[in-house]
Design a binder for this molecule. Structure first.
Ligand code: NAI
Ligand code: OAA
Length: 308
């Protein structure tokens, strides 16, 4: 089983590390355009094998797509990250060209792969990849909601002063500072609504902090985050490789679900060997529906900037 990660930068290397450590593939290929960079990251990761007890071979390449041939899953992280003060949407000018050419090269060599798109602005890059690849719609998955939901649960656990693993919560909508929708009404702690433990004001703060989760880290780090993005990317890869049939919010191509067509946006899906296998239609209330519509409108506006 082969998994390819395009982009050997912060997020790509983190995805590759988790994929190797979890032994999700026996071959993990990392591809970058920066001369020797992917080769260096691969060598460094291979030298962790005996320290972290994994047996996966990591292969680095500078732009040789033949090494990616026959991948079961490919993860696209190539492109520039934002700097403090920027939005993810501002990255479109540089990243659209990169994601388009990377997608074309990948599908030439791995026509049966499932694509996991991470590059930002993620929903629009997923839409671009879906349109460019010509793959079945279920084979293109944008990773954002899985990360945003992990941040939501972290913020909830802070507010409730509890183990984050006892908290359930989901973020749907676009992966943007103003477009993501933490579903506060449906969040729970030990099968009880999380809202029954904290004030409405505190819950609003949890949601607001979740929405600017990426921007907050970018302000602190000077570039965007990679540990949780890498872990979330690997979580999606694991669900596919291990055919887990597990629900995660991902950006997928909608054809009427949630009242939306011809758009990739975050909704809960069942992930398995074939990619996303089913969209789960949550019973949203009027406020949540209105937020989802506004989020979709913003993502659609961004998609309009693409040259397809
Ligand atoms: N969807 C999500 O939840 C998240 C998305 N991101 C996004 O992921 C992307 C990568 O972020 P970082 O890894 O932090 O950036 P980075 O700058 O550390 O790494 C990006 C890598 O892509 C490579 N690259 C550029 N053009 C390429 C091409 N044509 N082919 C192959 N490789 C190419 C660069 O050489 C660089 O090594 C950014 O767009 C960032 O905004 C980051 C975190 C979370
Ligand atoms: O904030 C960013 O630009 C990177 C990203 O998507 C995230 O960490 O959620």
């Amino acid at each position: 089983m082969k998994v390819t990660v395009v982009g050997a930068g912060n997020v790509g290397a983190s995805v590759a590390e988790y994929v190797a450590m979890k032994e999700l593939a026996d071959e993990v290929v990392i591809l970058d355009i920066k001369e020797g960079f992917a080769e260096g990251k691969a060598m460094d990761l291979n030298q962790c094998a005996t320290l972290n007890g994994f047996n996966a071979k990591v292969i680095g390449t500078t732009g040789d797509y033949s090494k990616t041939a026959g991948s079961a899953v490919v993860v696209i992280t190539s492109g520039i990250p934002r700097k403090p003060g920027m939005t993810r949407e501002e990255l479109i000018g540089t990243n659209a060209g990169i994601v388009k050419s990377v997608t074309e090269n990948l599908v030439k060599h791995s026509p049966d792969a499932v694509l996991v798109v991470i590059s930002n602005p993620m929903d629009t890059m997923t839409y671009l990849s879906a349109k460019t690849s010509g793959l079945a719609k279920n084979k293109v998955i944008g990773m954002g909601g899985t990360l945003d939901s992990a941040r939501f649960k972290y913020r909830l656990s802070e507010a409730l002063d509890c183990n984050p693993n006892d908290v359930k919560g989901m973020v749907i909508g676009g992966h943007g500072d103003t477009t993501m929708i933490p579903l506060t009404r449906l969040a729970s702690y030990n099968a009880t609504p999380a809202s029954s433990y904290i004030s409405a004001e505190r819950m609003e703060k949890v949601a607001a902090d979740t929405m600017v989760g990426g921007a907050t880290l970018t302000g602190l780090l000077g570039t965007s985050a990679w540990y949780a993005p890498g872990a979330a990317g690997a979580e999606v890869v694991e669900a596919i490789i291990r055919d887990k049939k597990i629900m995660m919010p991902c950006s997928v191509y909608l054809e009427g679900e949630y009242g939306q067509k011809d758009i990739c946006i975050g909704v809960p899906v069942i992930l398995g060997r074939n990619g996303w296998e089913k969209v789960i239609e949550l019973d949203l209330n009027e406020d949540e529906k209105a937020k989802f519509e506004a989020s979709a409108a913003a993502v659609r506006k961004m998609n309009d900037a693409l040259e397809l």
